[in-house]
Design a protein around this ligand. Structure first.
Ligand code: 13P
Length: 340
């Protein structure tokens, strides 16, 4: 029996579980490896991702799904058994997913803004990814903030593309993660981030309705409402939690089973603290969890440093962050646990 979109979406946001975003493009993972003085080759990328997916403590207990990059969904294990990495993820009880957008490209006529590409041929690519084992997908749109942007044109073009992507996913039996990321670069206030996030989510859910996307089989991956990195006054944890939830209550229908955050450049511990504070507010119609890239992988990457002998320490660091974020997804995290 094939699983329904609703069943997959529900499993992706099972209590205390969240998603590992390991879908860095070859360009992005090179930047991460440069920071730990490690050469980025097809083999080093495989070795790194394989030991992450073989971290049983994290994968079996806290990670409901993994977002892969096209290269990784086709790779096999280092041990000569040619086990697909997808099978390692499944053996841990986790669901393989795939990034399918082709990146954010400069939007013609709108300086400083981007439109995410990748719709051409997407139907066929999704059918192939399904055969390779993917049961959910991700598409990221990028909305930047300055005194003059985002424009309505940028928001509308990006949410229209997100909705077309989501409809194609569902046609192929794949749950779409819709990711409209309002960036935290810049010096804007949390209030400005709130205003832009609200406009973006309102536009997104209009577009999803227009394209007949089944909300029960869709997962939202948004930013939190935070102050711009260069803003002189930074909103505190309680303010971020309150503003973020206020925006969601205004814009995200209760039929959406879950909301999983991106970390977006927040420190590891702050990404955890914010998620925990939101879940502690309680009484929310959607599961609220994580789909972190950097906030789950920065610590293990640092501990690994590209050296095989450091793999156990790196796996320990990954399991620790996964556990902290699992507790935050339940509203049961405490800063004291970070030192334990
Ligand atoms: P970060 O958590 O590093 O923002 O990555 C999440 C992601 O998948 C961005 O598309």
């Amino acid at each position: 029996m094939t699983e329904s979109l609703q069943q997959i979406a529900k499993a992706m946001v099972a209590p205390g579980k969240g998603i590992l975003a390991a879908d860095e493009s070859s360009g992005t993972i090179k930047k991460r490896f440069d920071a730990i003085n490690t050469e980025s080759t097809e083999t080093s990328r495989r070795d790194y991702r394989e030991f992450m997916f073989r971290t049983d403590e994290a994968m079996k207990n806290y990670i409901s799904g993994v977002i892969l990059y096209d290269e990784t969904i086709r790779q096999t294990s280092a041990d000569g058994n040619a086990t697909p990495l997808v099978e390692i993820i499944k053996a841990a009880g986790s669901i393989p997913g795939i990034k399918v957008d082709a990146g954010a490209k400069p939007m013609a006529g709108f300086p400083g803004e981007t439109i995410t590409e990748g719709l051409d041929g997407l139907d066929e690519r999704l059918a192939e990814y399904y055969k390779l084992g993917a049961r959910f997908a991700k598409w990221r749109a990028v909305i930047d903030i300055s005194p003059t942007i985002p424009t309505n044109a940028c928001i509308e073009a990006n949410t229209e593309a997100l909705a077309r992507y989501a409809a194609l996913c569902q046609k192929n039996g794949i749950v779409p993660i819709v990711e409209p990321e309002v960036l935290m670069d810049g010096d804007h206030t949390a209030d400005r981030c709130m205003e832009v996030t609200e406009a973006t989510l309102r536009s997104l859910f209009n577009a999803l309705a227009r394209h007949n996307v089944l909300l029960e089989g869709t997962i939202l991956k948004p930013n939190m409402v935070v102050s711009g990195k260069k803003c002189a006054t930074q909103a505190g944890i309680a303010e971020v939690a309150e503003k973020t939830i206020t925006v969601f209550k205004r814009t995200v229908p209760a039929a959406v089973p879950g909301i999983v955050f991106l970390s977006g450049g927040q420190s590891d511990e702050l990404a955890t603290a914010h998620l925990d504070a939101m879940n502690k507010l309680g009484n929310l119609p959607w599961a609220l969890s994580f789909s972190y890239g950097r906030a789950l992988q920065a610590a293990p990457q640092k501990a690994w440093g590209g050296k095989a002998e450091n793999v156990p320490a790196a796996q320990k660091a990954f399991a620790h962050r996964a556990k902290m974020n699992s507790l935050a997804a339940l509203g049961k995290w405490d800063a004291k646990l970070e030192k334990a």
